[in-house]
Design a protein around this ligand. Structure first.
Ligand code: NAD
Length: 444
């Protein structure tokens, strides 16, 4: 198939490269020329397992190219995957600003396509971005119709196909999706999406568009609830001197409950560009609909409390020189958006701690990734604390704050006398270290 992918961020660049790798002809479109230039040069704009090699391969073979020109992409393709960002607005609601703009641009390009007499095949617009129920039918379809002069379901197809990838393993997740959800405006639109993923494993659900939109919120809200639940249980266990993972092992072994262990291991606070903003957006939407949701409304405050616990562990050591390992919101990615480690680092800096940071992915991104701009504009105060090596941070630290499971860091961590280890992730040998002096863990 001939596919346009709008937005070459974490979702878009992975979708584009993976679809191109499957033999489709793909054009990536982004308003950010730096990302387009990176893809043109065969480089991925994000740090992710396998994405660098895959992008180089599909760009070299000609299966993936990139442009900033919307019309050029629409004229050359039969289907568009919209993967632009939907961040939190200042009041916590979901911002649809980028979605609206892209719908206007695609609408105008569809009009151009029609004027050129290119009516051989109907173009289908597929929204992959996370959006609240009602956004597609109530906001985006009217924009597409207004700007194209056409009718959805007749002149062009529309579908919602939420993305369930996890950053850090997103290429693997693309080829092994947990499920495929297709919200279809009409059966023809749904058929196009089904054809895109033909051959991939997992169940396919063809549902009304607002149901598809809501399924993503069900996922993200549940992940947040599970992490909050596990971390609160973990905090109680720690206070009582119990091993929380031993407790969870027993809890999860109950076959009748059949609970997935994912997100149920006590550890550090959650963050990233999805869970916080989607919980915020869902709670905001519930409030607007006059629905009281005390459980969901307290997931983010529970998470903030957990971050405070980590700060307290450092404060209680009485030491001032801190080495922080890990900065992105989780291992395997350079994504710093709403990272709880960024927040912890800022809190420590604000209280006058002397900080050095190591995160191999963030350093790499600072040198060549699209995240460089983010670090330089939003986090210059942390960017300048990034050390070149694990050793540099170890030499500086009286306290090592372990927020990553990077094997290079784990292998270098000292035993016995030396810096105090504050373990946020439960390192693999946590059970043995627990018996040693100078080790405190948030999750044991
Ligand atoms: P991102 O911010 O990394 O990327 C969005 C890209 O869209 C940016 O490169 C931006 O320049 C581009 N863009 C904005 N307006 C554009 C336009 N008019 N035309 C072309 N490009 C435009 O965002 P992301 O993390 O990839 O997330 C995208 C969407 O997918 C969001 O709705 C998010 O909630 C959802 N999602 C994200 C993940 C994840 O793990 N990051 C997982 C599932 C779903």
């Amino acid at each position: 198939m001939k596919i346009s992918v709008f937005g070459l961020g974490y979702v878009g660049c992975v979708s584009a490269a993976c679809l191109a790798g499957q033999g489709h002809e793909v054009v990536g479109v982004d308003v950010n020329p730096a990302k387009v230039d990176l893809v043109r040069a065969g480089k991925a704009p994000v740090v992710e397992e396998r994405i660098g090699e895959l992008t180089a391969e599909v760009v070299a073979s000609g299966a993936l190219r990139a442009t900033t020109e919307v019309a050029e992409a629409i004229l050359a393709t039969d289907v568009s995957l919209v993967c632009v960002g939907t961040p939190s607005a200042p009041n916590g609601s979901l911002s649809t600003e980028y979605l609206q703009r892209v719908a206007e641009e695609i609408g105008a390009a569809l009009k151009e396509r029609k004027a050129l007499g290119d009516n051989e095949s109907r173009h289908t617009v597929v929204f992959r971005s996370t959006m609240l129920p009602g956004t597609c039918l109530g906001l985006l379809v009217p924009i597409l119709e207004k700007h194209s002069g056409g009718t959805a379901g007749v002149d062009f197809g529309v579908a919602v196909n939420p993305e369930f990838l996890r950053e850090g393993t997103s290429v693997r997740d693309f080829f092994q999706p947990p499920k495929t959800v297709i919200g279809e405006f009409d059966p023809g639109s749904g058929d196009v999406v089904a054809k895109l993923y033909q051959g991939l494993p997992g169940d396919v659900f063809r549902v009304p568009i607002p149901v598809a939109e809501m399924t993503k919120y069900a996922d993200n809200a549940f992940h947040g609830v599970k992490i909050g639940f596990a971390n609160e249980l973990g905090a109680i266990c720690r206070a009582l001197g119990l091993d929380s993972h031993q407790v969870m092992d027993v809890f999860l072994a109950d076959r009748k409950l059949n609970i997935s262990p994912a997100y149920l291991r006590p550890g550090f606070a959650f963050g990233g560009s999805c869970l916080p903003k989607d919980l915020r957006g869902l709670v905001h939407a519930a409030r607007q609909a006059d629905v009281s949701v005390p459980l969901l409304a307290h997931v983010l405050p529970s998470n903030a409390e957990h971050l405070h616990r980590a700060f307290e562990l450092v404060a209680r050591t009485g030491k001032r020189k801190v080495g922080l390992f890990g900065l992105s919101f989780k291992p395997g990615t350079d994504d710093l958006r709403e990272s709880p480690l960024v927040e912890l680092a800022e809190r420590l800096l604000g209280k006058g701690y002397d900080l050095k940071i190591h995160d191999a992915n963030v350093s790499l991104s600072r040198l060549m990734g699209a995240n460089r701009e983010y670090i330089e504009s939003r986090l210059p105060h942390l960017g300048q604390l990034l050390a070149g090596s694990v050793r540099e941070v170890l030499d500086h630290a009286e306290v090592c704050l372990i927020g990553t499971s990077d094997p290079e860091v784990l292998a270098a961590l000292p035993h016995g006398s030396g810096p105090v280890l504050v373990d946020l992730v439960r390192v693999p040998d946590a059970a043995a270290r627990r018996a040693e002096e100078g080790y405190v863990g948030l999750a044991w």
